[in-house]
Design a protein around this ligand. Structure first.
Ligand code: PLP
Length: 406
């Protein structure tokens, strides 16, 4: 039997209640449920740990798509070296904070998005030769020297990665073998060529796979620099650092990864000696800070099973329902936030309020006896939650979002 409160170590309790920073979960929920609460102290601690583990020369970027809640972005922008965006909307969100350390990736950038990035001096990570031609033409019209990097579609991919990007044909990046010609063309056109962006995958919990990918990325950047006759000013090494969502997942050994990266950078080919490096992380920075709080509306029994029916659901937290990038549904860590001191006493199913069998938040979980009015906490809700869920599906209200920073 899994213990009740198999919760991320970042969270403590007070008087049998879950605590977020100095605030009781019940006080947060009193403002209305369902609610995403983000404990910024958790993020601050993770940034500090990352800084300590990674070589000092590696810049840290936050990939906004993991959690674009404006107060969270504002707070994180002060702690990182750059913001990575993947749409015109995210670009707008990022520009007030880090004007010249914003990079813009993503396929299908419209002319208006390219233009906004060029005007703002953001770096555009080019996803195709066609996009490069459009960016150069727009920059010419605007009479602005564009900052352009080339996103590379490498021949390798991050092993054990949740969502694979790279390795074969891809909508992301330009096939490595075609990159040198494009770099030469960008330089001839007078663009401010910023270097390479090489992103090989996401959600890996395998430090050896991440280490191998980082080493392969550095080698590839050197090869492409040699082949294009130019040293890249910057190499964005991607990210891919995973977080433990499920029972049995082990958190990454960050110190092992940092030590290997320091060694790989020490031994890097000479063409990269003046190159700056960055990693771009989304979920590793924010997933663990978030708790989705939802209140039990009904407790019912059906053919011997108990169902706790909540006021939340997959329209806010799709990932926890198992319908976002997973093949087999597994439970996210879950607890009854106002009964943290109680032992688990029954096996129940926690479901959302949507009229679809997909809306499952916990299957056969061990929890203390809970009833209507009690508060369910679903952990690991800080990344790809509110903004990655179909919030208009079934017409329920959106979830509140709250940043707690004390
Ligand atoms: C989504 C994305 C990220 C962030 O991925 P995480 O798994 O959240 O760390 C980083 N870089 C790019 C290019 C992305 O598309």
């Amino acid at each position: 039997m899994k213990p009740h409160g198999s919760i991320p170590a970042d969270f403590a309790t007070i008087d049998g209640e879950l605590r977020l920073g100095a605030t009781r979960a019940t006080d947060v929920a009193a403002g209305g449920t369902p609610c995403f609460a983000y404990d910024f102290g958790v993020v601050r601690a993770r940034v500090a740990r990352l800084r300590a583990a990674l070589p000092a020369e590696v810049a840290l970027h936050y990939a906004i798509k993991a959690n674009p809640f404006p107060p969270l972005v504002a707070a994180l922008a002060a702690l990182v070296d750059g913001l990575d965006v993947a749409s015109g909307g995210e670009l707008e969100l990022a520009l007030p904070y880090k004007r010249h350390e914003v990079s813009f990736a993503g396929p299908g950038k419209r002319d208006a998005e390219l233009e906004a990035a060029i005007r703002a001096g953001a770096t555009i990570n080019l996803e195709s030769e066609g996009e490069a031609a459009r960016a150069l033409r727009l920059a010419d019209q605007l009479q602005v020297r564009p900052r352009l990097a080339v996103r590379v579609n490498p021949a390798f991919q991050l092993k054990g990665s949740g969502m694979k990007m790279g390795g074969g044909a891809s909508p992301f990046g330009i096939d490595a073998e075609r990159v040198p010609a494009l770099v030469r063309q960008l330089i001839v056109s007078g663009a401010d060529w910023r270097g390479f962006h090489i992103y090989a995958g996401s959600q890996s919990l395998d430090p050896l796979a991440l280490i191998a990918t980082q080493a392969a990325t550095i080698s590839l950047a050197a090869e492409l620099g040699d082949a294009s006759g130019n040293a890249p000013p910057l190499v964005n090494l991607g990210g891919g650092f995973g977080v433990p969502y499920f029972a049995g997942d082990r958190p990454l050994d960050l110190e092992q990864i940092g030590a290997a990266l320091a060694e790989a950078l020490d031994l890097r080919p000479s063409i990269l000696s003046d190159t700056g490096f960055a990693v771009e992380l989304g979920r590793w920075l924010v997933a663990e800070c978030g708790v989705y709080l939802t209140r039990i509306v009904d407790r019912k029994e059906s053919r011997g099973e108990v169902f706790l029916v909540t006021d939340g659901g997959l329209h806010h937290q799709l990932a926890a329902s198992g319908n976002f990038g997973t093949v087999v549904r597994r439970n996210y860590p879950i607890a009854i936030a106002n009964r943290m001191a109680s032992e688990p006493s029954e096996t129940v199913n926690v479901v959302g309020c949507l009229c679809t069998p997909l809306d499952r938040l916990g299957d056969a979980v061990q929890l203390p006896h809970a009833q209507p009015g009690d508060l369910v906490a679903l952990f690991m809700a800080g990344a790809y939650g509110a903004s990655a869920s179909p919030s208009t599906f079934l017409g329920h209200p959106a979830a509140r979002e709250v940043l707690i920073d004390q």
